[in-house]
Design a protein around this ligand. Structure first.
Ligand code: SAH
Length: 326
């Protein structure tokens, strides 16, 4: 493949799979949820949506699945074929190259769907739509989905130093006024890790998604939030993250991508506010967050946060478009 092909097929290079596989919170949680529940997998048919290198398919086969079908539209599946063979799973795992939505699968009904579909801010470039399609087309009534619940959270943070470096930097670049870029930079949420001590308010749930029942329309939403401050401080940004859980399992395996939890490659997402907000302990910062796929480019997310704190109120339109990763 040329570098141009790799650009069009962003999952083709092993590097992105290396990052996901080395994310032990992510991969270890899937492994625990699958391997520790052989009673759920024994003699079952399993569909792995977006199988990548085949790791989840192999967990399912090890857990006793009768047959696993892994599908992926990226050329990484050529490596998955070799990996499945090298590990002795050729008879239990069938791999299919193609886009789930446009491909006929060799099995028409499955007992279990497994998929790692989550993106930054949960929904950015996420393939949840594809998983919902797979569910409606292939999952037997009463079948299981791994994972089956995702929860998005919001809080507010003190982030003076980093805001200075990333946003206010544009006020003075080698003595020149670059402030026109400041407004653009502010509207791009930043994917980065944030220390727990930067969090000024209690977190608030933004959205719960039950994967067994969710509809595509549910991924466009407006939710009110109320954030209670835990101390007197300044607020420079909102912070969002998500948790994922496998509720259908006995031990309810779950993991969090929040600032209180162990590092994951999803980090957290930071939304800088134009003005610094001053808040007192026990005071509320209230608002609404709206999230929708961009109408022109549905890979991008349009996010609007409107908020009030005391006399102060503002509303900011953000756009996640892939250039915001640290
Ligand atoms: N399951 C693997 C890879 C997860 S990354 C693991 O856990 O390590 C998501 C994978 O889904 C990528 O390899 C991507 O190519 C694939 N994918 C995304 N949308 C898809 C679609 N509509 N049809 C088939 N594969 C898809």
């Amino acid at each position: 493949m040329t570098s141009r092909d790799y650009y069009a097929d962003s999952y083709a290079h092993f590097g992105i799979h290396e990052e996901m596989l080395k994310d032990t919170v992510r991969t270890g949680s899937y492994r625990a949820a699958i391997i520790q529940n052989p009673h759920l997998f024994k003699d079952k048919t399993v569909l792995d949506v977006g199988c990548g290198t085949g790791i989840l398919s192999m967990f399912a086969a090890k857990a006793g699945a009768k047959h696993v079908v892994g599908i992926d539209m990226s050329n990484i599946i050529d490596q998955a074929v070799k990996i499945i063979e090298a590990n002795g799973f050729k008879d239990t795992i069938t791999l299919v190259k193609g886009k789930l939505e446009d491909t006929e699968l060799p099995i028409k009904e499955f007992d279990i769907i497994i998929s790692e579909w989550m993106g930054y801010f949960l929904l950015y470039e996420s393939m949840l739509d594809t998983v919902l399609d797979a569910r409606d087309k292939y999952l037997k009534p009463g079948g299981l989905i791994f994972p089956d619940r995702a929860t998005m959270y919001i809080a507010a943070i003190e982030d003076q130093d980093y805001k200075e470096e990333k946003i206010n930097f544009w006020d003075n670049v080698y003595g020149f006024d670059y402030s026109c870029i400041k407004d653009i930079a502010l509207r791009e949420p930043l994917v980065d890790t944030v220390e727990l001590k930067a969090v000024v308010t209690d977190p608030c749930i933004l959205k719960e998604i039950n994967i067994t029942t969710a509809k595509k329309e549910d991924l466009t939403f407006t939710t009110p939030f109320r954030l209670k401050s835990t101390r007197n401080d300044y607020i420079h940004a909102f912070l969002a993250w998500f948790d994922v859980s496998f509720d259908c399992t006995h031990k309810k395996v779950s993991f969090s991508t929040g600032p209180h939890a162990k590092y994951t490659h999803w980090k957290q997402t930071v939304f800088y506010t134009p003005e610094t907000i001053t808040i007192g302990a026990g005071e509320d910062l209230t608002g609404t967050l709206s999230c929708a796929p961009n109408l022109r480019n549905n890979r991008d997310l349009d996010i609007t946060i409107s908020y009030q704190c005391g006399e102060f109120s503002d509303s900011v339109d953000y756009k996640m478009n892939g250039s915001n990763r640290i």
